[in-house]
Structure formats: C-alpha cells, structure tokens
Design a protein around this ligand. Structure first.
Ligand code: ARG
Length: 459
C-alpha cells in the first residue's frame, strides 16, 4: 500500500473502512498522465528557482518521465489501496529514485494539484470532442450532399407541415452541432488558466515561478486568486453543461432517425450493422443503437446535475466533497465520445428511401401556406387568405376531394382571386422553389449552404 502523504500527525492508523471510503484511485487513475506532466513542470521549476538542488530536480524529472512512459504503455499497475492518484505516483517515484522523491511535493498541495490535473484533462478532451463533432458533421453533410434534391414533408407538432429539402433538415443538425463546438471551445478558453502554485489555499512563502510552470504546460495564463483556484469547479460544470446541451441535440437526432426508420415514415433505412433483432418476433429490426443514444442522454444530464448539487452551498475553499466531481465528469465525456463515433457510423450507412418519400409529398395539405401566400400576392389580406384556404381544405376533406381536382369555377367560389393556375404550385418542387427568404428551404440557398459547410468543415 502506498504511504500516506500526511500520516505522521495521526496518533492512530485510519480504519480500513475510512481508507476504502475516502480512496479515489479507482477513478482518478484516469488522470495519471496529467498528474505526471504537472509534476514534471513543477519539479523543473523547483530546480530553476533553486528551491531544491538542480541535480535533484533533474533526477525527479527523469524518474517521472520513466513512470509516464509506463503509464502511456499501460504497463503501470495502480495500487488499489492508494488514497489517490497523487499518492500513487509519489509512491512509484519513491520506489524508482529513492528519498529525493520526497522533495517533489515542495510548495504544492493536492488541492492545487487536482485542479491542475483536471484542467489539463478537460483541455485535451475538449480538443477530442471538437474533432469528433466535426467528423459527425462531415458524415451528415455527406448524406445531405448525396441527396441534395430529395424533398421531404417537414413536421411541426409531429403533424405534417410543409415541404422542405432533406438536406435543409440535415443542415439543421450541423448548425446545432456547430454551436456545441463553439460552446466547448469557449469553455476551454476559461479553463485555460493554470492553478498550480495556489498550494492549499493561500500560496507559499517559497520563491516559486508560476509563469514558468504555465509555459511548460501551455496554459494561456495563471489563476489570479489562490482561494478561488482551489475552490473553483466551474470548468467541470461548464463542460458538463455543454455536454448536456450537446446530448439534447444527439437525442433529437436519434429520435428523428428512429421515427424516420419506422414503417409509418419509411424515409430511411438504417443499416443492419446498427440494429438488433427480437428474440420472439422474427420480423423485427430494431434501432437499438439510436434508442440507447436517446437513453444515454439521461445519464449525461444526471452527471451535470450531480455536480451542480455537489457544489451547491460548499464553503470556500477546498472540500473533500469535490473529489466526487470526477466520476460524473469522466462518464459524461466518455459517453459523449462513444455516441459521436457510433452516430457518425450510423450516418455513413443510412439509405434514403427516395421512392417512399416521394409518395408522401403528394399530400396537398403540405401546400396550404403556399396557397395562402398566392392569395396574399394577389392583395388578399393574410387573415382572409387563411380563412379561404381553411374553407377549401375543410370542404375537400368532407367531400373526399383534392384541391387540384377542383374546377376553375369551384375555386372562384372561394375567392375571385383564385383560378386554376394555383394548381401549378401544388407540388413539392414548386413549394420549395417558391421560398425566397434567407435561411429558407429554397434549393439554391440550401446548395449554397452545402457548399459553405463543405469549405468550413474541410478547412
Ligand atoms: N482526491 C482529491 C480530489 O479529487 C484530491 C485533493 C485532495 N486534497 C486533500 N486535501 N485531501 O479532490
């Protein structure tokens, strides 16, 4: 078992129950790499500042690099009985280089050390998340691009609404994922202040050089208040908030795909490799991957609220409660990374059921707004136009007729401004072509957007 960093003052050994209850090594071993990198920078600084002899600093750095190599090669067995990752690495160093190792923790506390480790971890993970988000965006863009002419019925309230280009709908996903990227990068910016040197909470009387450590570890600045540095967990809350919002997007995308793959919609086919069958119903092909994506989102949002609740009302500065921020943080990040990868693969293999879709866009109620706007362009007020079209639709439904089946005379009975040329706009292509507003579903505009995204995502 690794030696406690604080045992001497204790008149008695801690209970094994206490050891087990307080230990965090089972999860904070994930931070090993960052703990060592932070320690290397710290040891170098101690040498440069002559707080410890240069030679000893060099020996510590050499020992740490050795341990780091083993960590990266996954050759290290962490001690399940260690109190935390900091004690475990300290102990490994002691075994490697002997008593000099005991100088490493000079002018440092685990309070500023853990803040540093987590910030470094989060900065790296945000880079990875942003890259994975870009890959997912690219696979969605590819599907949009390969099906740029397909028109689908758009929905509001999950009721058939108006025609839109499939590509337009898919580009909506790309927009939301882009906001997720910028939110994460924004959080990274604020997390990018180096806390080491705050020590327990008040700083140190030893002549440390925090800026040296900052440069070594590539932070953009150092934190300005030692108390805040060891109390603050905003960087964890922020990434969890951002992942919660991102996961809302992922769940909505998953839900669309689930709906679209049903027999009732039949807009898409999800590849067999991302579905499962039923043990009793031989005909089934279930979208379990997408359902689990939808389900995981609950866990991620739970992770965010668990850290929010953990932090609420804690007195400044450091409290051990804060150790519990890590499992939800790690879970949320790992889960989102898994989802981004599998969703990208799902999109790569989606087949668009063009024929089935084209059968769905003949429903003339999809064009009701187009007829309203036809009348408005002929000087009918919006309110009157809405009433006129409402009456036409009600009558057609009652009599089991289509609007396109009405004669010129029948149409004129509803409004003198209506004539059979209105029938020219009763089709999906005309409906999308007519849209003229920026951001709308006009094919020219959507094509521009496709090209813009191609440039942006390949840049
Ligand atoms: N395991 C602790 C955490 O995750 C590290 C800091 C412990 N500090 C302390 N004084 N016990 O927060």
């Amino acid at each position: 078992m690794s030696k406690k960093l604080w045992g001497t003052r204790f008149a008695k050994k801690t209970s094994t129950l206490t050891d087990r209850f307080t230990s965090s090594i089972s999860f904070d071993k994930k931070l090993a790499k960052y703990d060592i990198l932070g320690s290397i920078a710290h040891a170098k600084m101690l040498g440069v500042q002559r707080i410890i002899p240069v030679k000893e600093a060099a020996l510590i750095v050499k020992g740490l690099k050795f341990i780091l190599r083993d960590v990266i090669r996954r050759k290290i067995k962490f001690d399940p009985q260690a109190e935390d990752i900091h004690s475990n690495i300290q102990d490994l160093l002691l075994k490697k280089i002997g008593k000099v190792a005991n100088k490493l923790h000079t002018a440092r506390s685990r309070n500023d050390q853990i803040a540093l480790d987590v910030k470094m971890y989060i900065k790296d993970e945000i880079k990875e998340l942003v890259d994975l988000l870009a890959l997912l965006q690219k696979s969605i863009l590819k599907l949009a691009n390969n099906n740029s002419k397909v028109i689908i019925p758009g929905y509001t309230h999950l009721q058939i609404a108006q025609c839109v280009l499939l590509a337009h709908h898919l580009l909506a996903y790309i927009e939301s994922l882009e906001r997720d990227k910028t939110r994460l990068l924004d959080a990274k910016e604020r997390a990018d202040l180096m806390p080491l040197g705050s020590c327990a909470l008040s700083g140190t009387s030893l002549p440390i050089d925090r800026d040296f450590v900052r440069k070594e570890l590539r932070f953009r600045g150092v934190t300005a208040n030692s108390i805040d540095s060891v109390s603050d967990r905003d960087y964890i809350l922020e990434i969890l908030a951002d992942l919660s919002i991102l996961s809302v997007h992922l769940s909505r995308i998953a839900e669309d795909l689930i709906l679209w793959s049903t027999k009732e919609f039949n807009f898409i086919d999800i590849d067999f490799s991302f579905c499962t069958g039923s043990s009793i119903m031989p005909h089934k092909k279930n979208p379990d991957v997408l359902e689990l994506i939808r389900g995981c989102v609950g866990k991620i949002q739970g992770d965010f609220s668990s850290v929010l609740i953990l932090m609420k009302g804690l007195p400044l500065s450091y409290n051990r409660d804060m150790q519990l921020d890590k499992p939800p943080l790690f879970n949320a990040i790992d889960t989102v990374k898994d989802i981004l990868q599998i969703l990208e693969a799902v999109f790569e293999n989606i087949i668009i059921e063009k024929e089935a879709i084209s059968a769905k866009i003949s429903d003339e109620s999809l064009f009701s707004v187009d007829i309203v706007e036809y009348l408005i362009k002929r000087s009918v007020s919006y309110r009157d136009a809405h009433d006129i079209v409402g009456r036409i639709i009600r009558d057609c439904l009652d009599k089991g007729k289509n609007i396109s089946g009405l004669t010129n005379q029948e149409l004129r009975r509803y409004s003198p401004k209506l004539s059979s040329d209105v029938k020219k706009i009763l089709n999906a292509q005309e409906s999308v072509n007519l849209k003229a507003s920026y951001g709308g579903t006009n094919p020219k505009f959507v094509n521009n957007q496709l090209n813009n995204w191609k440039k942006r995502l390949n840049a």
